[in-house]
Every structure is written in C-alpha cells, then in structure tokens.
Design a protein around this ligand. Structure first.
Ligand SMILES: NC(=O)c1ccc[n+]([C@@H]2O[C@H](COP(=O)([O-])OP(=O)(O)OC[C@H]3O[C@@H](n4cnc5c(N)ncnc54)[C@H](O)[C@@H]3O)[C@@H](O)[C@H]2O)c1
Length: 359
C-alpha cells in the first residue's frame, strides 16, 4: 500500500474560524482513519487578529516562506472588530493568495437536497454551477493612488489590472473544466461600461473559444447575470468572471444555495508550484463566535474540495453526500439551518455518516 502524506498548514484565524476549522480537521482525520492510504500531517498557525493585537502583524514575517513548504492550506476565517478589515484581509488572506499565485478561485453554487432555497420554484436540478473567479488581479489588484489626502481636492484612484496572461489563464482553466465536465461555459463581464478592461476580457474569451469548439459558450453582462441567477439559474453551469464580479455573484450564489453556512471556496495554484488554500467563504461572524453556533458544513465542503484537488474524487463526493444526508435528515443542523445542534455535533454527525457507510 502506497501511503500519501499531505502536509497541511491549518490557519483557524478569528471568531468562528476556530470552531469550524476544528470540524474540518476532524472530518479529514476520519477520512485518513477509514482510508489509511490518505494521511494528513496538520500544523496549526495562530495567525489572525488576536496575533495582530499582540504583535502588530497578521502573520509572522517569515510566514509565507514557512507556508511554502506545505502541500495545502486549510483556513477558517479572518477579521475581527478592533482590527480594520483592510488590514486583516491584506495582511493574511490576500497576502497568501497573491504570494502563492492562487489565481483560480473555485466556488461551487450547488443546491443540495434539503438545503433551504429562497427561490420558491427552483430545486436542486436548477441550481448547479461552478464559479471560476479570477483571483490574482483585476479590480482587487491593489493598484491605485490617494492624492491630496484630507485636502478639499482629495482624489482616490483604484485601478483594475487585467493582463493578457492573467485573463488567458483563468479563462483557459474554465474552458478546460467545461470540456472535462461536458458543460456549457458562461463568461460574465461588463464590456459596455468598462470600455478597456472588460472589452479586453470579452475579446480573450472570444479568442479562446475558437480552441474549444466542443464547449457551448454564453456571455452576459454582470447586471443581466445577477438577474438571471435569480430568475433562471438553470442557465448557468460553469461560469468564469473577474475578481470583483465573482466575489459579489458568489455571495448571491450562496444565498440561493443554502446560505453562508454552506458556501465553500478553493484558491488554487493549479500548476502546484505553490500550496493551494481551501476555506469556507463566510467571515469570522463575531455575532455568534465562541458559542458553538456556527455551521461547519461550508468548511466540510472545503475539505471536500481539498480532497478533490489531491486526486481523491471519490472521498470528495462522499463528504458532499454526508452534507446532503444531514440536510435531508434535518436532525443535526445548526441554528442558521433551523436546527439546535452545536458546531461540534454537526462535525460528529458527518464523521458518523462516513464511518457508517465507508468503514
Ligand atoms: N474569508 C474570510 O476570512 C472573510 C470573508 C468575509 C468576511 N470576513 C471578515 O469577517 C468579519 C465579519 O464579517 P461579516 O459579518 O460581514 O460576514 P460573516 O460571514 O462573518 O457573517 C455574516 C452573517 O452570516 C452569519 N454566518 C456566517 N458564517 C456562518 C456560519 N458558518 N454559520 C452560521 N452563521 C454564519 C453571521 O453570524 C452573520 O450574521 C469581518 O471582519 C470581515 O472582514 C472574512
């Protein structure tokens, strides 16, 4: 038996990040126990806002170098009252994404059976998309200037940075995924108003589509896409879009696919030159932190994405089956899904399901 040991850096972060990540690690340890070929070596890092309040830094100075030795990163959530959000975001999360060129953000928007959906006429067969969000540049490139600060003629400029390499690689990734999955690919942009960046994006999408004649393509303006995600979500299968549009639309996606407690995201460096990072997309939820009220299922879903990235498709699917089982059963759910279970109870129930069906 060939045993694969994957070295995973665990960054619980702040607030409910600490509670949900415990459950994610619990579930991955259960997979190792049931399938001893798959082993994980977890190393915890105490970085986040509490670390910042003690040290003035969100992570150690050599943090990126230390993380670079790992095969993957499993992150809870970052941000807490008392530390400005742009500091916590740029000091840890975005620093990791950018340093490790995690240019693909994969966000499933899939309504599982039993999950709440505010769209009355829609069911799981209608909401089954994978968003591929550009994750390294675009509107979140961090480029701009702040001139004449605090003067009456104060001016701020926030640039969107769209490089040919950056656009081509994310759009190509989406085409490859659409081809493998035999699904249509929709590009979402805003070429009518953003007359440089999004015209360029549309042009590259059009150019690459010539190389993938087997993939059915669609292009929508972001405003129309936001409406269609509500009225006709079944139109979308694989979706590729920019950093900002992807950020907003995937929260909309979370809202129609069970809520923030079920939304996961993977930040990939597909070439494997650097570690990829897996995380629930929700924040640290200070309003419920430390009370075992947080739903850990988004984190379990991101553990599933981690397993898929390392090539364990079967186990990845089993974790999603476990989540769906709990949703349909409606017995062990946290308050956001109408239940009374504690965070750890939900993690235990996922483990119990896996042990029962795959031991
Ligand atoms: N990826 C990240 O680390 C990330 C993402 C978003 C926000 N943040 C940070 O988190 C902090 C709080 O931000 P926010 O309140 O805008 O967003 P949030 O996602 O933390 O919370 C929004 C609402 O959703 C609820 N919620 C979120 N996750 C939940 C879960 N797993 N189970 C049950 N309920 C859940 C919260 O209780 C809250 O009412 C801020 O500092 C923000 O910058 C971090």
């Amino acid at each position: 038996m060939v045993i694969m040991t994957h070295k995973i850096a665990v960054i619980p972060g702040d607030g409910i990040g600490i509670e949900v990540i415990n459950e994610g690690v619990k579930v991955l340890n259960c997979v190792s126990q049931l399938d001893p070929k798959i082993q994980f070596e977890f190393t915890h890092f105490p970085w986040g806002c509490e670390f910042y309040s003690k040290t003035g830094r969100m992570m150690d100075d050599d943090g990126i170098e230390r993380l670079s030795k790992f095969d993957g990163i499993f992150l809870g959530a970052v941000g807490y009252p008392g530390v400005p959000d742009h500091i916590s975001l740029w000091g840890l999360l975005l620093r990791i994404r950018k340093s490790f060129d995690q240019y693909v953000n994969v966000r499933p928007v899939k309504l599982l059976k039993g999950a709440p959906c505010p769209l009355k006429e829609k069911s799981p067969k209608d909401i089954n998309m994978i968003f591929i969000r550009e994750n390294s540049e675009g509107e979140y490139a961090g480029s701009g200037s702040w001139l004449y600060r605090d003067k009456p003629n104060e001016v701020v400029i926030q640039d969107g940075v769209f490089s040919r390499v950056g656009c081509e690689r994310i759009i190509r990734y989406a085409f490859e995924l659409a081809r493998t999955e035999k699904k249509s690919l929709t590009s979402i942009s805003k070429g009518n108003a953003l007359n440089y960046s999004m015209v360029f994006w549309d042009q590259i999408f059009q150019q690459l589509s010539q190389e993938y004649p087997d993939v059915e393509t669609h292009s929508y303006l972001v405003d129309a896409a936001a409406m269609l995600m509500i009225t006709k979500p079944e139109r979308f299968e694989i979706v590729v879009t920019s950093n900002l549009f992807g950020d907003i639309l995937t929260d909309l996606g979370a809202a129609i696919a069970g809520g923030m407690g079920l939304a996961a995201g993977a930040n990939l460096n597909p070439e494997g030159n650097f570690p990829s990072m897996f995380e629930p997309i929700h924040g640290s939820a200070p309003d419920i932190a430390g009370k075992q009220l947080a739903n850990p299922l988004a984190t379990v879903w991101s553990a599933s994405q981690l397993l898929e990235f390392f090539g364990y498709k079967e186990w990845a699917a089993r974790l999603i089956d476990a989540i769906e089982y709990l949703l349909v059963e409606q017995k062990t759910l946290t308050p956001d899904l109408g239940g009374t279970a504690k965070t750890a109870d939900v993690g235990d129930a996922v483990v119990a399901y896996l042990q029962k069906h795959f031991a």
